[in-house]
Design a protein around this ligand. Structure first.
Ligand SMILES: NC(=O)c1ccc[n+]([C@@H]2O[C@H](COP(=O)([O-])OP(=O)(O)OC[C@H]3O[C@@H](n4cnc5c(N)ncnc54)[C@H](OP(=O)(O)O)[C@@H]3O)[C@@H](O)[C@H]2O)c1
Length: 303
């Protein structure tokens, strides 16, 4: 067993590239997945609560099941791409899943994924959980870098990895069914932190003679450059030494935050997105060392 991601597994190790499968859910993401599997030549059965959403896929050769039970009966491999965990209950309630391989790519929490794995086992199905790291236009476009985290039994992942790799790359992150969701939500959470900072930056220049379009490439480049610190944070967390390789120490950054808060005030911008992080930096300075990096904030967040 390994928790290290297996990247972009596109080779077919143990399975025909034409493995038939069933897809439940034809929203924006489900439709993109369906199109990619059809393009790759997989016989595909689809089902959607609102049947009309399957019409275009039927023209492209998908078999459209009139009921979810018939969709599930059609193939051993069932991919679920519904809205949320509750919709999986709604759609699959009371169905016989004996002998099925269920791959659930609905965005969920680690706890929901683990509960869903146990739920599937009680119904006689093998279970993989997935977390999609892409938006629909990236699906089926390898150059755009789409991928899906998978977790659950490694042999089940290996069995299906070729068919799963048709719409997007695959990254296997461990036997624990909750780990795909854990990785998915960790990345999404970092993304929202970045969005928050970007929103604050645009708010600062709003009303000034600075076009958002001029600031945008500077923001992109700077945020990208700062992502180089991520590996250093990981190293410090692994070593436990938060003073190793520090280039901008905590004491300096806590002192400097006043400039950011005053600038927000001068510009008439609420600092509500920045303040919680600055408070954590201050708390860390109180209990840690000014020579540290910002890594100690991670420990303060753990409850
Ligand atoms: N779109 C993205 O950018 C994106 C990116 C990454 C991950 N995801 C994940 O992919 C999953 C699907 O997203 P999406 O973009 O396809 O969402 P969507 O466009 O809103 O489609 C939702 C799908 O769920 C079905 N559904 C909702 N409630 C249901 C219920 N109670 N019973 C049966 N079916 C139900 C809908 O059926 P109807 O057509 O009948 O309404 C539709 O097929 C979500 O978990 C989402 O978080 C999406």
């Amino acid at each position: 067993m390994t928790n290290k991601p297996v990247e972009n597994a596109s080779e077919n190790a143990s399975e025909s590239p034409l493995t038939p499968l069933t897809l439940l859910g034809l929203g924006a993401m489900g439709t993109a997945l369906a199109e990619a599997w059809l393009t790759a030549g997989h016989p595909l059965t689809v089902w959607n609560r609102t049947a009309a959403r399957a019409d275009a896929l039927a023209v492209r050769g998908a078999a459209v099941a009139p009921t979810v039970a018939e969709a599930v009966a059609a193939n051993r491999l069932i991919v679920v791409c519904l809205l949320d965990d509750a919709s999986v209950d709604d759609a699959l309630a009371g169905l016989d899943l004996t002998g099925k391989d269920l791959v659930n790519v609905v965005t969920s929490t680690p706890g929901q994924a683990r509960a869903r794995a146990a739920w599937a086992a009680r119904r006689g199905a093998r279970y993989l959980d997935g977390g999609i790291m892409a938006v629909p236009p990236m699906i089926g476009v390898p150059a755009a870098g789409p991928y899906v985290f998978y977790s659950g039994p490694s042999e089940l992942f290996e069995e299906h990895r070729a068919v799963l790799a048709a719409p997007a790359g695959t990254r296997y992150v461990g036997e624990d069914a909750g780990y795909a969701a854990l990785h998915d939500v960790a990345l999404l959470s970092a993304m929202y932190g970045m969005f928050a900072g970007v929103a604050h930056a645009f708010a600062l220049v709003r009303g000034e003679a600075v076009a958002p379009g001029d600031l945008a490439p500077m923001l992109s480049d700077y945020v990208t450059a700062m992502t180089r610190s991520i590996a250093g944070t990981a190293e410090q967390l692994e070593s436990g030494d938060y003073t190793k390789g520090v280039v901008s120490n905590l004491a300096m950054q806590v002192a400097g935050k006043g400039t950011l808060l005053r600038t927000a005030e001068e510009q008439g911008v609420s600092a509500e997105l920045l303040e919680p992080y600055f408070r954590l930096m201050e708390r860390r300075l109180e209990v840690g060392s000014g020579e540290e990096d910002l890594t100690g904030v991670v420990d303060l967040l753990r409850r």
